[in-house]
Write a protein that binds this ligand. Structure first.
Ligand SMILES: NC(=O)c1ccc[n+]([C@@H]2O[C@H](COP(=O)([O-])OP(=O)(O)OC[C@H]3O[C@@H](n4cnc5c(N)ncnc54)[C@H](OP(=O)(O)O)[C@@H]3O)[C@@H](O)[C@H]2O)c1
Length: 231
């Protein structure tokens, strides 16, 4: 297997994304493109010579062009991880149009537009796109009050994975979707203060790294729960 990979990770500045970037970077053969709004937060990668950081915002109208500009310097992309997530915690009746629009822009539309930008760079050599969803977006799971904007948008990412598969199953580009359970990060602490998740961001980063590098040899178009617990 070719060990040299170009890996794009969106939502790299903290939490699971940060841990995943660090795990990929431990292999010096990989080049990692770390994308997030908070470029200051990504200065933590400055000691990693194989990590290149880019300011990137999913909540703007030109996500596709923004991504195309970043990808232009690379002949091919092997792995794209759509890890960024926006969580609005508000009761359904209080949700504003802005809450709904920004949640869907960051969690769904921005993800699709990033994929549109990356796809031409993946078609020839082949690649794996991993969407990070949530157990809240997985059918039949426990749901939590206040998470309508977040969990419905995460469910849309699951559905997108199946639809993308249908249109690209005859190409070398694979897509899978991981529905995560509780992982100890700033996001979890903000929504469920004091809850202790059984999985650290570093452990989940290890899992995502291994999954992204290997699983598409056997799995394509699948929505996979990755959960020891939900709060
Ligand atoms: N932690 C959990 O228990 C849990 C459970 C289920 C699913 N998940 C999912 O796992 C993923 C990572 O979660 P986490 O807990 O690590 O969250 P986190 O600590 O809040 O990190 C989220 C990341 O997304 C980026 N992001 C948010 N909005 C963005 C935007 N508009 N444009 C670009 N980047 C944006 C943030 O970077 P900037 O602010 O720098 O842009 C940050 O790096 C998310 O998709 C989340 O929904 C987490």
């Amino acid at each position: 297997m070719n060990q040299k990979k170009v890996i794009v990770l969106v939502g790299a500045s903290r939490g699971i994304g940060k841990a995943t970037v660090e795990k990929f970077a431990s292999n010096p053969d990989h080049t990692i493109l770390a994308l997030s709004r908070n470029t200051k937060g990504m200065e933590q990668f400055s000691h990693l010579s194989n990590v290149k950081c880019f300011g990137f915002d999913l909540e703007v109208s030109n996500v596709r062009e923004q991504a195309e500009k970043i990808f232009a310097d690379f002949d091919s992309i092997d792995i794209l991880i759509n890890n960024a997530g926006k969580l609005v915690n508000k009761s359904f009746t209080d949700l504003t149009p802005q809450d709904l629009t920004s949640s869907y822009q960051a969690n769904v539309i921005g993800v699709m537009q990033t994929v549109q930008a990356a796809l031409p760079k993946m078609l020839e050599k082949g690649g794996h796109i991993v969407n990070i969803s949530s157990m809240g977006g997985f059918q039949g799971t426990v749901k939590f009050a206040g998470l309508t904007a977040y969990s419905t948008s995460k469910a849309a990412v699951c559905s997108f994975t199946e639809l993308f598969y249908e249109e690209h199953k005859d190409t070398k580009v694979k897509m899978n979707c991981l529905c995560l359970g509780a992982v100890q990060t700033e996001m979890l602490e903000e929504v469920f203060p004091g809850y202790l998740a059984p999985v650290s961001a570093e452990k989940m980063g290890e899992f995502i790294t291994d999954f992204a590098l290997n699983s598409h040899q056997w799995i394509n178009g699948k929505i996979i729960p990755v959960s020891l617990s939900t709060p």
